[in-house]
Each structure stands twice: as structure tokens, then as C-alpha cells.
Design a protein around this ligand. Structure first.
Ligand code: HEM
Ligand code: SF4
Length: 563
């Protein structure tokens, strides 16, 4: 993985020193909260419902065991013993004291981490496929390119005051596992007919209150031009993106206003001045970057039929089926540690679990871990012969729930329990649904399905692209939930469609139950929920969900007008 050089160390240290003084001045009353606000946000510190929240960047989701151990340390020393892994492959700590934040940043710097650009109108953490470097369907490893984008965008003076936050995702495999279509820029590695490596460039995707899928503005960008072309996109956005209205400030709105062709034309025009300048990646520079992401020292091993070796163990078979993924090197597998045990907020891990996961990485997976945008953790390089031993260990720590990709592998934002922007709670909705369907045979029968929950229209919980999406809405001060179906991420991305008037919190498990009943009734063999929903449209689902009232404390379904 990438390691800091002297410049990285220097800029991070300088920033901490500046920030330490800013905190001192704030505490001494020399800075008002208003003056301090932009300063703390530049360092990832938000003020939430109960306390400060610190968001720490995990570049493209890749962590060393040492870094994971530092998260455990932060959780234990400065927080309440846990942290929250997010859909942007970051981690958030929810109970932070302002006085301690400079020390936290210094602790982070000691393991080459920071919280810069995890907030504000700048280029945020560049995200990628959690199986980058090990996926069997990979064209090339996208991480060196994610890394160069990170280096280029960190403290880039021109792009620190964009019209709005800016999110870039990069995918190097045939299958998109980085949700690139819902990012401001989505890059896919492609090979052209001459066998050269480049990028397909998609722009203008995003969720929030106006969900839009990205549009391709260039089918093939030779890789050496990655930075200059990205810079050209940023310049067009920076110049013409709307600054008068926060809700219309994302690049997706500019792209729609100009039209894809005109936007692409302007980017090409801007690029004409940048192409070939010193930011063009030389072969030498690319090789230097690639060197940080060399494949590990894999043994020469045969592939093993692990399932057959433990044929009598159903629990293990379930786990193998759902939580173990193929690896491009024979004899190895990637393992997903589920942070979705029923009763635990999705994405939360305790300090003890973090230490434990770090130890696992040391013993099983070349001391590396990855954070997934579905809020789980991956050990990417486990020998197949060690899977059973690993499973036995992680079961005891609550990390072996065999539910990856199933209904209870819920994506969920912190919602009203923590977030001050929330319209409604989301964690208790996830908890109630997980509890109601906490039956492994049923979950496996339902198969692949993505249940995504956001506590407000900002869509941090990716509800627009869930097979079932749940959105918290506020109506006259009470919390309601709007449901959409048919959304999907990946190669066939789609925005879900709202089925009708919203529901109360208590009704939500039953609503999910009814949606699943329609699916089970209507599905063709091997058809996933999302395929059935897209094939049939919302009609049959809507009819059944609203056919009879879901009684609950005097309220009936369909009472409000949030359709
Ligand atoms: C302090 C807590 C948080 C605040 C204040 C916050 C704020 C926001 C806002 C305002 C947006 C809308 C951006 C726009 O449309 O311009 C947004 C989008 C988003 N946030 Fe958060 N968020 C928080 C926590 C989280 C968490 C915990 C996650 C992951 C679980 C997350 C992931 C995302 C994602 C994926 C989007 C969608 C980006 C898009 O529009 O495409 N955020 N957030
Ligand atoms: S979706 Fe809304 S409630 Fe949830 S974390 Fe984002 S801003 Fe907060």
C-alpha cells in the first residue's frame, strides 16, 4: 500500500500545528464559533446532535493493520469505544471532545492518516472497489490511479472552494463495485483495441435531493492524461457550477443544464490547454505509483474445494457462500467480515473488534484490510486452507454473520440518532427490519437484495440505489418513511421508484415483509428482487403493500401525502 514520503509527512504535520493553534484560540475565546467553523470542517470535525463528530479518510478504503489498530485506540481513548464505517469508505467517531482533536490528528499522522478534505466543498476521499488488486475480473488495479488522484487533489489550491463537495470513484474491473454512476466523476479502467490502458470517464452522477446517474463524456482517456483531464473537468465545474443555490450546486446540475455534449465540449476545450503539461503522468511516475501496490508474496497453492471438506457444517457453508469471494490467485480467497450482526448499527465496530480485525489481518491477510462502501470490512488475501480456522475465530467476535448481499446487510446512515440534518431516525428502522427477518434460511431464500436507508434526502445511506430504498421524511414534526424499489448500483445502475405514501416507523417491517411476499410470488427462477421489481414496475408491489391497512397505534398506511 502507499506510504507517505517526506512531503506527505510535512504537509500533514504543518496542518496539525496550524489546527492545534486554532483550537487553542477557540478555547481561549479568541475565535468565535462562527470563525472557527470553517477551520474545524477543513479538519473533518463536524458538530452533530450530541457532540463533535470526526470523519477520517481511508483512501480508497485501504488500511494497514497498524492503521486499524489506531482506530481502536481512538475509539477507546477519545470516544465511547466504537466507530462507524461509512459508505464513503471512511470512518466516523461520534463522541469527540474538541480539546482532544489536535491529539487525535497527531495520533493519526503517526500512522499516515488524516482528516483533511473529509468535509467542505473540495475533492473528498477517492473511493474504489474493495477487491481492487485481487478481483478475478480486474483489467488493472485502479489503486495507483486513485492514489495519484488523491495526491493531486490534496490541498489543490484551485479546488478547495468548489461550488459543492466533489466525489470521485474509480473502478478497475469488468463489474463496477465502486458505484461509479452515482459519483461526480466515475472512472472505469478500460483497454482499447490496441491494448492500451485508459479510462472511461463518467460525470454528473449523484444522489441527494436530485438523484441522477452519471453520463459518459469520454469513452477512452489514455491513462497518462488522467490528471490533466480531471483538472479540465474541475475547471469547467469550478467556473460554471452554481454558487447561488446550495441545492443546485453539484456538477450533476451543471451537466444537465448544459447538456452532456456541450459539457464534454467545454471540458475538451479546457483540456486543450492542459494536455501535455507537466501534470501528464510519465511512465516513470506511473511505475513509481504501481510499485506501492505490488501483489503480495503469494504462495503457489492449489484451489481447494473448501465447502466439500466441511460438507456437514451448514453454518460454515452459508458463510462460504455469502461472505467469501473469489480471488485471482489460486488457493486464495477474499473474506468479508460482516459488520451487520442483528442488534448492531450497520457499519459500527467496537474498539475490541477493530483490534481483533487488525490481528486477523496480520495473521491471515498480509496485514491489510479494506473498508467496503456497503459498510463491511474485507480481508482480501486469505489462504483457502485457512478459511475454516478464520471462520471459527470470527464467529466468536460477531463478525461472521453469513449475510453479505442479503436483506440484513443493510446500508444505513446514522440518521436521527446522531446526524443533525436528519428528518428521521434510520438505525432503529434497520434494527427492527433486521430483527423481524433474522432467519438465515429465509434470508438465503430471498437472495441478493440491497436494503438502503437514509434519514434524510441527502442520501448518505444510498437509498436511491437500493433494491429497496427507505428515506426518512418529516411531516409536521413526526417521522415517516418513504419507500422506493428497483434501484441498483453497479453496471446496471438505476434510481429506485417511490411506491406511494409513506409509512410510520412501526409499519416498516411489515412493509418490507409485503414487498418480499410479492417478490416471492412473482419471481422467475434465479431472478433477484431488483430484477422482478424492474420487470414488473411498482404496480403489483404497490397494490399489495397498500391493499389492507397496516394497523399500528391508530395510524393507517397511506394517511399522509408523501407520495
Ligand atoms: C455528520 C454527518 C453527516 C453529514 C452532516 C452529512 C451531510 C451530507 C449532505 C449535506 C449530503 C448531500 C450533498 C449534496 O447533495 O450536495 C450528503 C451526501 C452523502 N453523504 Fe453524508 N453526511 C453525514 C454522514 C454521512 C455518513 C455517515 C455517510 C455514510 C454512511 C455519508 C455518505 C454520504 C453519501 C454517500 C452521500 C451521497 C452523495 C451524493 O449526493 O451522491 N454521509 N451528506
Ligand atoms: S442522509 Fe441525512 S440523516 Fe443520514 S447522515 Fe446523511 S445528512 Fe444525516
Amino acid at each position: 500500500m502507499y506510504q507517505y514520503d517526506q512531503y506527505d509527512h510535512l504537509i500533514v504535520q504543518e496542518r496539525i500545528a496550524q489546527y492545534r493553534d486554532q483550537v487553542r484560540r477557540r478555547l481561549a475565546g479568541e475565535l468565535t464559533e462562527e470563525e472557527f467553523l470553517p477551520l474545524r470542517l477543513q479538519n473533518g470535525l463536524y458538530m452533530q446532535r450530541h457532540a463533535y463528530m470526526l470523519r477520517i479518510a481511508v483512501p480508497y478504503g485501504l488500511l494497514s493493520s497498524k492503521q486499524m489498530r489506531m482506530f481502536a485506540h481512538i475509539a477507546r481513548k477519545y470516544d465511547r469505544g466504537y466507530g462507524h464505517f461509512t459508505t464513503r469508505q471512511n470512518i466516523q467517531f461520534n463522541w469527540i471532545e474538541l480539546e482532544q482533536t489536535p491529539d487525535i490528528l497527531a495520533d493519526l499522522a503517526s500512522v499516515e492518516m488524516h482528516a483533511n478534505q473529509t468535509s467542505g466543498n473540495c475533492i473528498r476521499n477517492v473511493t474504489s472497489d474493495e477487491y481492487a488488486g485481487v478481483a478475478a475480473d480486474e483489467i488493472i488495479d485502479p489503486r495507483p490511479y486513485a492514489e495519484v488522484l488523491r495526491q493531486w487533489s490534496t490541498f489543490h489550491p484551485e479546488f478547495l472552494a468548489l461550488p459543492r463537495k466533489f466525489k470521485v470513484a474509480i473502478n478497475g474491473a469488468l463489474e463496477d463495485r465502486a458505484a461509479i454512476a452515482v459519483h461526480d466523476i466515475g472512472l472505469t479502467v478500460v483497454k482499447n483495441e490496441a491494448g492500451e490502458i485508459g479510462f472511461k470517464v463518467m460525470v454528473g452522477g449523484g444522489m441527494g435531493r436530485t438523484p441522477i446517474l452519471g453520463s459518459v463524456i469520454r469513452e477512452f482517456l489514455p491513462r497518462e492524461h488522467l490528471l490533466t483531464y480531471t483538472e479540465a473537468i474541475m475547471r469547467v465545474y469550478n467556473q460554471y457550477g452554481r454558487r447561488d443555490n446550495k441545492y443546485k450546486a453539484r456538477i450533476k446540475i451543471l451537466l444537465k443544464a448544459l447538456g452532456v455534449e456541450e459539457f464534454a465540449r467545454q471540458v475538451e476545450e479546457e483540456w486543450a490547454d492542459l494536455k501535455g503539461t507537466e501534470q501528464t503522468l510519465t511512465l516513470e511516475e506511473m511505475e513509481r505509483l504501481v510499485a506501492y501496490f505490488q501483489p503480495h508474496a503469494y504462495e503457489t497453492l492449489p484451489n481447494i474445494d473448501v465447502a466439500a471438506a466441511h460438507a456437514d457444517n451448514r453454518a460454515f457453508a452459508n458463510w462460504l457462500k455469502r461472505n467469501v469471494k473469489p480471488h485471482k490467485v489460486p488457493g486464495y480467497a477474499a473474506v468479508v467480515l460482516s459488520l451487520k450482526k442483528t442488534g448492531v448499527p450497520p457499519g459500527d465496530a467496537t474498539a475490541q473488534q477493530m483490534d481483533f480485525m487488525a490481528d486477523l489481518a496480520d495473521r491471515y491477510s498480509f496485514s491489510e484490510l479494506r473498508v467496503t462502501h456497503e459498510q463491511n470490512i474485507v480481508l482480501a488475501d486469505v489462504e483457502q486452507s485457512k478459511l475454516f480456522a478464520l471462520w471459527t475465530e470470527i464467529k466468536a467476535q460477531g463478525l461472521a454473520t453469513p449475510n453479505i448481499g442479503l436483506l440484513t446487510d443493510i446500508i444505513c446512515c446514522p440518521g436521527g440518532d446522531f446526524c443533525s440534518l436528519a428528518n428521521a431516525k434510520s438505525i432503529p428502522i434497520a434494527a427492527a427490519i433486521a430483527e423481524r427477518f433474522d432467519h438465515i434460511d429465509y434470508l438465503h431464500d430471498i437472495g441478493d437484495i440491497e436494503l438502503n436507508i437514509s434519514g434524510c434526502i441527502n442520501a448518505c445511506g444510498h437509498h436511491h440505489v437500493g433494491s429497496i430504498g427507505v428515506l426518512g421524511v418529516d411531516k409536521d414534526g413526526s417521522e415517516w418513511y418513504q419507500v422506493s424499489i428497483g434501484g441498483s448500483q453497479g453496471n446496471n445502475s438505476a434510481i429506485g421508484k417511490i411506491i406511494g405514501p409513506s409509512f410510520s416507523a412501526q409499519q416498516m417491517p411489515e412493509v418490507i415483509g409485503r414487498l418480499l411476499q410479492v417478490y416471492v410470488r412473482e419471481r422467475t427462477p434465479d431472478e433477484r428482487f431488483v430484477d422482478t421489481a424492474q420487470r414488473l414496475g411498482i404496480g403489483p408491489f404497490k397494490d399489495f403493500v397498500y391493499a389492507t391497512p397496516i394497523a399500528e397505534a391508530g395510524r393507517l398506511v397511506g394517511e399522509d401525502e408523501y407520495a
